[in-house]
Design a protein around this ligand. Structure first.
Ligand code: ATP
Ligand code: MG
Length: 422
């Protein structure tokens, strides 16, 4: 991709009304644009990152046995009345609206009320279980405070998976597999997510949240300095500085971002919609359910909160919008020709490259923008490197540079070790 043709442009200044680091950096670097509080446009660079996150999640959900579906966001009031959630918490979080003939609708903020009656159409026997379906889709929530950029949207993208089981043992088996899949997902996107016990609602003792410790977080996690005890402060009986209820050592209280949440719903929704199955003897039982959410756009924001410095974003390789940022440093013929050639080589190798071919920008501007955009590898061609028949390579996460001969460029990408940003 030629940067001179890119739809967005980097800018010096962040929008004055943005307070969060993720929104400031992503806006300045041209990944997102704010329409209003809690609603953002994803520009070509931002959408590339979002798609990378999406693919990592989709692969793991398929591996887990999930089948992808896409359910409506526009939902009739009746489904929500069946569970009592039209009034509470519906009136708090749901965008509720009237259509023709005064018919009432809500915009989906979660999908139990849609997926449970849907499953009832296909699940009737123990032979139809277990099943798991998931979707990656826009959710709407009328959040009271939408000031944290992508971390709290009023419109945001979520992956939600719902599982259906004959008994508790089968539900727990799947739930534990989902926990492992979630850990892999967060590790892959460059997030160190703790598994934290949280409120199980009316359904079970605990749910599990995946929490990324960072000052930008809106939650507080109480965790043990020694053992793996970790709880959301909302439910914890111990405060930071207190003694761990599991091992007696000290616990700390830290801010964290909840990037995922998994719940055992048991029969909460199957009772409401009478989703049952017949066992081998023909006797009816409620189907037991689990639900498993990840906020993709919140994950994107969390990655930026964790991986940045004073100059800009530092993308982990697995989610980066491009693998390499190739820069023609000066607007002179030899440099342009050398960079064009390198671009051809990289394309032949299948490397995704953003090529800064802008004629009107200064060398300083190009380097500043590259740091802001945060692509993992920067490749600079200048009059100096041309003289050495080389290209200068620098990892965004590291300080040192190295010179690679033009003829070794393809080989360099074949043999190079991936850079993991911690
Ligand atoms: P929170 O406690 O942060 O309000 P929640 O517990 O209501 O979130 P869930 O209903 O469990 O969230 O949603 C599943 C996942 O969706 C969350 O773990 C989070 O990653 C994401 N998510 C929830 N609300 C938002 C939001 N307003 N903006 C972006 N992502 C969100
Ligand atoms: Mg939560």
């Amino acid at each position: 991709m030629h940067q001179s043709e890119l739809f967005s442009k980097a800018s010096r200044e962040a929008p004055s009304d943005e307070v969060s680091v993720n929104a400031k950096l992503l806006s300045r670097a041209g990944f997102i644009d704010k329409l209003m509080a809690g609603a953002y446009s994803y520009l070509p660079l931002g959408l590339r990152v979002l798609k990378n996150i999406e693919n990592i999640i989709r692969t793991e959900m398929n591996e887990l046995g999930g089948q992808e579906v896409l359910l409506p966001s526009l939902q009739p009031k009746e489904n929500w009345e069946a569970t009592g959630r039209w009034k509470d918490p519906g009136r708090e979080v749901m965008f509720q609206l009237k259509g023709r003939g005064d018919r009432e609708y809500g915009l989906g903020w979660t999908h139990e009320e849609i997926v449970t009656p849907l499953a009832k159409k296909f699940i009737s026997s123990y032979k139809d279980l277990p099943r798991a379906v998931y979707q990656i889709q826009t959710k709407f929530r009328d959040e009271p405070r939408a000031k944290s950029g992508l971390l709290r949207g009023r419109e945001f993208i979520m992956k939600d998976l719902y599982s259906f089981h004959t008994d508790e043992q089968d539900l727990i088996k799947f739930y534990d597999k989902a926990r492992v899949a979630y850990s892999r997902i967060f590790k892959s996107v460059g997030l160190n997510a703790l598994q934290v016990e949280a409120s199980g609602g009316a359904f079970s003792k605990y749910s599990h949240e995946f929490q990324v410790v960072t000052p930008a977080g809106e939650d507080i996690v109480i965790r043990c300095e020694v053992c793996d005890f970790a709880q959301n402060r909302e439910i914890s009986e111990v405060e930071g500085g207190g003694a761990c209820p599991r091992c007696g050592k000290k616990v700390t209280a830290e801010r964290a971002i909840e990037v995922g949440n998994i719940f055992q719903l048991k029969d909460r929704f199957s009772q409401a919609f009478r989703l049952t199955y017949k066992d081998e003897t023909g006797k009816d039982h409620p189907v037991l359910m689990g639900c498993y959410g990840i906020g993709l756009t919140r994950v994107l924001g969390a990655v930026v909160e964790v991986h940045h410095d004073e100059h800009g974003i530092i993308w982990p390789e697995a989610v980066a919008p491009f693998q390499a940022h190739l820069i023609a440093l000066q607007n002179v013929k030899s440099v342009r020709a050398g960079t064009d050639k390198a671009y051809g080589t990289l394309q032949k190798e299948g490397i995704e490259v953003l090529y800064d071919d802008r004629l009107e920008s200064s060398a300083g501007e190009k380097l500043t923008d590259a740091d802001l955009i945060g692509i993992p590898l920067r490749l600079v061609v200048s009059e100096k490197t041309i003289a050495a028949q080389s290209i200068e390579v620098k990892a965004r996460a590291e300080k040192n540079t190295e010179l690679i001969k033009f003829q070794d460029l393809g080989k360099y990408f074949k043999t190079r070790k991936k850079i993991y940003v911690e």
